[in-house]
Structures are given as structure tokens and as C-alpha cells.
Design a protein around this ligand. Sequence first.
Ligand code: NAD
Length: 360
Amino acid sequence: MYNITLIPGDGVGPEITEAVVRMLEATGVQFIWDVQNAGEEVYMQEGTPLPDRVIESIKKNKVALKGPITTPVGKGFRSVNVALRQELDLYCCLRPCKSFKGLSLRYDNVDLIIVRENNEDLYAGIEFEQGKPETLELINFLKVKTNKIVRNDSGISIKPISIYGTERIVTFAFEYAKKNNRKKVTVVHKANIMKFSDGLFLEVARSVAGRYPDIEFDDKIIDNMCMQLVQKPELYDVIVLPNLYGDIVSDLAAGLIGGLGLAPGANIGDEYAVFEATHGSAPKYKGLNKMNPFALALSGVMMLKHLGEIQAAKRLQWAITDVLNEGRYLTYDLKPPGTPACTTSEATDEVIRKLKSNVA
Ligand code: NAD
């Protein structure tokens, strides 16, 4: 019996999490779900989108399953997703992207592990709003200290990258490679331009790589990496990136395997883990019962493994794979436009039917 914090999220979050809870329970593993709402509605009711009770629940249970949460664009409250990762020191965002053989997609040979640094970089939340006195003070400081002119009508976001943060994320990537028998780790950066932030990331990565002589190591500049991934993804294995590039490349990699509907993820720290899909809350699809529940279900597979429920994880993975291979119960994102697709509930029921009949 596991106590798990369940954050339904908003947009399509509640319908997807409900589906995944049903699939997880059908494995036979027993859960007590500690349901904790967060996000925009909670902000209206409680004055904060991320009340302390949510953090306390995860600290108590150590593990959470989370639906996506909307972040207002350009204004309003800061991202709950980023805040959770920072508050709980979930420094690694682990996102496997593997092709399912049965689907007819552009690529059938993708098997990537994206390891995204989750706390630093431009996501650190250190921002100076255009026109504010402290922003003008910073602009003046930059002029005096660096002789660089930043226009007075600028907004500024700061990009910190530390030795400590880089060392632990790159070590995570190599340890993951070692434990999972992966052959190569690629570090991604823009060290040619940002010499003191991405340059440091690369330098530290090289020194960590020296401790793992049995694992191949290379580095790629982010723009080249994007092109390489689209042209020949089969050349890559574990990819470790600073936060912003990791966010973007995660979606790129999701696109290679059929879209966000199939891309799982986990935010992992030394003490806590929060399992959530790569995708967001897709608000325009809210309540339509048409989204693909498998990205979060595959995050559920990762959660089962994390809990040590290896057989249940395998069974759920097999059931999802079987449904995808058979191709009869596919949601709209996996079908050609204009062809009939199944609902979230139908795809979920089919996985549960397989789990219960032991077909998988
Ligand atoms: P999104 O991931 O919500 O959706 C982009 C598109 O991908 C959708 O319109 C849909 O076509 C497709 N898609 C996403 N999930 C799918 C699924 N399960 N099945 C089928 N198709 C799917 O990205 P967005 O529209 O840029 O962001 C919407 C909101 O989500 C924003 O407020 C953003 O900040 C937030 N967001 C939250 C998280 C998180 O909670 N961790 C992650 C990313 C984005």
C-alpha cells in the first residue's frame, strides 16, 4: 500500500489523471491517493496557486503523480511546475522518448533519454521587469562594470549555471547510463556564445565524463543538436542539457515518437519524486475526453519502477504497448486527421481490459 500525493492539475489534467489512476489501480498495486489541488482555481480560492499543504503532502509521501498545470503567459502568477521543482529540489527532469514499433510514424528507431537540469538557467526565476527602478539600477551597474549598453526599456532574465548544479545533473546522466546499460552520453550547450554559463556546464560535464571511461561522451551545440535529432536520432542515447534547452528538446524528442501524447517524465531529487507527462494542460481540449492518457500512464510506469513495483510496471507497459500495436484504440493524436479516434476513457478501458485478462 503506497501513500501518493495526487495533483490533478487543470485543463485536461483532471481527466488524464483520473484515467491513469484507474490504470495504476488495475495493476493490483494498492494506493492511498492524497489529492491536492493546485493551479489557477486554487489561486482564486486560496490566494496562491501552490499552497504549503501541497508541498507538505509531497514531503510526507515522498512521491507524487501530477497532472499538468496552466501557467499564465507573460503575466500573472509564476509557474507552479517550476516552483514545485525548486521547493523540493527536484533537480533532474528525466524524459525517456522511445518509438513504439506498431505505430506508423516518421521514425521507428528513436530511443532517447533526455536528462534536463531542472532548477537553474533561465528558469531560476530571477527577472527584472521593464521600467522598474531595480531594473534601471541593474542596467546602470552593467554599463559601469562591463561597459555594455543595455537599452533602458529592456526587461532582463538572469541565467545562472553553477558547478554544483551541473555536476549533479551530469553525474545523474552518467549513473543512469551505467545502471541502464546505455552506451553514450551527449552534453548539449551553446558554450561558443555563452562562455561563462554554458561554457561552465560543458567544462564540468567533461570533468564528470572523465570518471566514466566505459561510457562514450560527446558534446553538441544546441542548434546543431536539433538538426541532428531530426535527421538521425538513432545516433543519440542519453542527452543531458541545461534547463531551457532541455525543455525544448524534450518536446522535439516527443515529436519524433508520435507527439506529446506518448512522452512521459519524472522530476527527481535526492528525497522526492514527482511523476508527470511532458505535455501541458492543453486548455482548449479540456473536458472533451479526447486526449491521449498514455504519456501520463507511462509516467505512472516510471513511478511503479521507482516504488520497486517492477512486475506491475512491466505489465502496465506491456498493456499500453499492446494497445498501441493493435491500433484499434488510438486517440486522435495518433490517427491521420479526419479519421475516427477513440476517447480517453476508451483507450483507458482497453488497457485495463488487457491488465485484467492478463493478455499483457
Ligand atoms: P500543451 O503541451 O498543453 O499542448 C500542446 C499541444 O500538444 C496540444 O494543443 C495538443 O495538440 C498536443 N497535446 C498535448 N498533450 C496531449 C495529449 N495528452 N494527447 C494528445 N495531444 C496532446 O502545450 P501548450 O498549449 O503550450 O501549454 C498549455 C499550458 O500548459 C500552458 O499554460 C503551459 O504553461 C502549461 N504547461 C504545463 C506543463 C506542466 O504542468 N508540467 C508543461 C508544459 C506546459
